[in-house]
Design a protein around this ligand. Structure first.
Ligand code: PLP
Length: 403
């Protein structure tokens, strides 16, 4: 008889604080759904859950690749066609001094690889608060102490430059900049990007520019600037992918473009490539969609942006007319981060909202936020009818609880 395992298997202590609030609420929602209620999901940024479809020419490119036998391992940095297409796209964005390009299993893997290749024990990366939780999770995995800089709600959620400057220490190695931003929907001004680049230049920091939403700029008059294009001398890792701009999150295709001074970044890109070889490759047939996406028709973006604009406007309008709620209007991506003036924690409110009104949003505290403030992270991907229903339900719960 084998001995019975009785002792608990304790997990790594450094993962104690790893949470992914966006998905952590699922078990509560499942319980409510099992009672026969339909949940209105305003919590996960997956366009495919709603009235958005992966462009057909991308699907055809992947199908053809599979039929053509591209089902073995790919080269570790990615297939040459994709790397060439990403390089041309970087050029269109004005990014010069490109030193390396590689394809990964989503931006998620690119972030993991790039932070892992940079950090020694005791070193830090500055991440925004509020933050997309992937960054803090990877940093926790690496045992790096969190060090956050504020996004300033009073300044349209732009990074707080003074705070960023104050937070840089001799241990700092890089700055994460998410632009357009998840969870706030903010888009950084050119001037601010130039100031951040100057800080990086002065302190020899790598900028991690997460630009996965760069084609989802909601207003015609607005413009997205790639920080790498404004600072060709500064080491910048620009992240992009198919998940959002090209509506294919399940394919898990992302990439990174490393730019900056050739000699300065060389040891770093060599370390990245050692890690890339260790994990073999990103999904192979799906990489054939990259060239099709970046160089083929962009028609889908017209209807995506039209829908998102209407849904953003509905969201802003609701936040302006609902007691206890205010919101900086999102300018990019498909997220809003309305502020709630409520006496209890936003996590309590969000759980109550699932149980009482069957609406799922994420609490601001799940992204980190200034102490004393409370927010909801809303995904405004659902159609107007679902959004209107969800917003009416949130307003009703607010009125019932707080008058
Ligand atoms: C800011 C940001 N970065 C990265 C990701 C992950 O992207 P991917 O699907 O390419 O792993 C997301 C997903 O929501 C995101 O919002």
């Amino acid at each position: 008889m084998p001995a019975t395992q009785t002792r608990e298997i304790t997990p790594a202590g450094r993962l104690e604080n790893v949470r992914y609030a966006i998905r952590d609420l699922n078990s509560l929602a499942d319980q409510v759904a099992k009672q026969g209620h339909r949940i209105l999901p305003l919590n996960i940024g997956d366009p495919l859950n709603f009235d958005f479809e992966t462009p057909l020419h991308l699907i055809e490119a992947v199908y053809k690749a599979m039929r053509d036998g591209k089902n073995g391992y790919a080269p570790s940095p990615g297939i040459p066609e994709a790397i060439r297409a990403i390089g041309k796209e970087a050029e269109r964005k004005g990014i010069g001094n490109v030193q390396d390009i590689f394809v990964t299993s989503g931006v998620s893997e690119a972030v993991d690889v790039c932070l892992t290749a940079l950090l020694n024990p005791g070193e830090q990366i500055l991440t925004p608060r509020p933050d997309y939780p992937l960054y803090s999770a990877v940093l926790a995995k690496l045992g790096a102490q969190p060090n956050t800089y504020e996004l300033n709600e009073d300044q349209l959620w732009q990074p707080d430059l003074e705070d960023l400057g104050r937070k840089i220490t001799p241990q700092s190695r890089g700055i994460v900049l998410i632009n357009p931003n998840n969870p706030t929907g903010a888009v950084c001004s050119r001037q601010l990007l130039e100031s951040i680049a100057e800080l990086a230049r002065r302190h020899n920091l790598v900028i991690f520019a997460d630009e996965i939403y760069d084609k989802l700029i909601l207003d015609h008059h607005d413009r997205h600037f790639a920080i790498a294009a404004l600072a060709p001398d500064v080491p910048v890792v620009t992240f992009g992918g198919l998940s959002k701009n090209y509506l294919a999150p399940g394919w898990r295709i992302g990439w990174a473009v490393v730019s900056g001074d050739k000699h300065a970044v060389k040891p770093y890109t060599e370390a990245i490539n050692r890690l890339l070889r260790g994990r073999l490759c990103a999904n192979h047939p799906e990489q054939y969609a990259i060239q099709a996406a970046l160089e083929g028709p962009q028609d889908h973006l017209v209807s995506v942006l039209q829908k998102l604009r209407q849904r953003r406007d509905l969201t802003v309008n609701w936040s302006q007319t609902t007691p206890h709620v205010s919101c900086v209007a999102p300018r990019g991506a498909f997220y809003a981060f309305p502020r709630m003036e409520i006496p209890e924690g936003d996590d309590v409110f969000v759980r109550e909202l699932i149980v009482e009104k069957h609406v799922m949003v994420v609490h601001g505290s799940g992204f980190g936020q200034k102490p004393g403030t409370k927010h909801l992270r809303i995904v405004f991907l659902p159609d107007e009818q679902i959004l209107a229903q969800a917003y009416a339900a949130i307003a009703a719960l607010l009125a019932e609880r707080y008058g």
